[in-house]
Structure formats: C-alpha cells, structure tokens
Design a protein around this ligand. Structure first.
Ligand code: SME
Length: 165
C-alpha cells in the first residue's frame, strides 16, 4: 500500500503529530515482520520529521545491541549493554532524552553532526522483554521537546502492539 508521510508545512505541531500517528498506526496494522516494520518506521519518521538519523538497534544475547534498519549516515554496528545513550536506555528500560550529546558521559558519536538524541526501548508484546531500541538523532541541540517524545513513545506503543513472527 502506498503511503506518503509528507505533511503540509501549515500544520501545527499538535496536528502534525496526530496526523502522523494516525497514518502510521493504520500503515503498520497487521504487519508481522519485525525487520520490515523497523525499516518502514525509520523511513516514515525520517520523511515526516526530517531527522538526521533514525533507526533501530536490536538486542542480541542480552549483552549487545546490533545495528538494525535505519535511515541516515552509516552508524556504529554494535553497542554493549549499559554503554552510550542506547545501551543506557536499554539497561534502565526507560526513554532517554539527551538535549546536548556532549554533556552525556559515554555518548557514542557515530556522527560528529549529531547534537541531541532520544532513545526509546521497544518491548516484546508477549514477554515484555526489550527486543530493540528506537534511536533518533538531530543536528540541533534540544530537538526533542516533551510533546515530540510523547508522540514518539506512542509510535513505539503502536509498534509493540504487533505480534512478530
Ligand atoms: N549515539 C548513540 C549511538 C548510536 S548513533 O547515535 C546512531 C549512543 O550513544 O548510544
């Protein structure tokens, strides 16, 4: 199904977030393939919001995050649990918003262009275990205000409601 995630620039932020969430939720409905869904989620978020980097790191062996589907520049392939923004969000099982990456001890700079970042854990519907994290980078400082983070968490909620085979 063809779906555009480009919205009129006249839309206010609230309207944009609502429109994206509604379109996205409908778009992924019934999807059962994890990689396909991660790939399209990255593309949809990049198209709608123009993020510098958006993608997923996938949990391996309870110790590592491996680079998954993403949109943006080539990135670090593996991140250890508890390391960097991604590994810390995984370890703490919590959304992590970093307004200035230079102020985050242990930040892993896959690109020197990245200035702020948000990482949101993705849980398995059945077990509740973290299976991946959604990582989004911006070239601007403070690019992730509360309303945007709430919308991104709602995107992850919609994603988590799927059953992957
Ligand atoms: N900055 C991340 C690494 C991944 S890249 O941003 C794509 C971190 O500190 O975990």
């Amino acid at each position: 199904m063809e779906q555009s995630f480009t919205y009129p620039t006249t839309l206010g932020k609230d309207e944009l977030y609502k429109a994206f969430l509604a379109d996205y939720t409908l778009y992924i409905e019934g999807e059962t393939d994890l990689i396909s869904t991660f790939a399209n989620t990255s593309a949809a978020l990049r198209e709608a919001f123009g993020f510098f980097w958006v993608g997923f790191y996938i949990v391996h062996d309870n110790e590592w995050l491996h680079l998954g589907p993403f949109q943006g520049t080539a990135a670090c392939t593996r991140i250890r649990r508890g390391r960097g923004v991604c590994g810390t969000a995984w370890d703490n099982d919590h959304t992590l918003v970093v307004s200035d990456v230079e102020l985050f001890p242990g930040h892993i700079a896959c690109s020197s262009a990245s200035r702020s970042e948000v990482v949101i854990p993705v849980h398995d519907k059945q077990t509740g275990a973290i299976i991946a994290v959604l990582d989004i980078d911006s070239t601007s400082l403070n690019a992730f205000p509360d309303e945007l983070v709430e919308m991104l968490e709602a995107v992850v909620q919609a994603l988590q409601s799927l059953t992957f085979c």
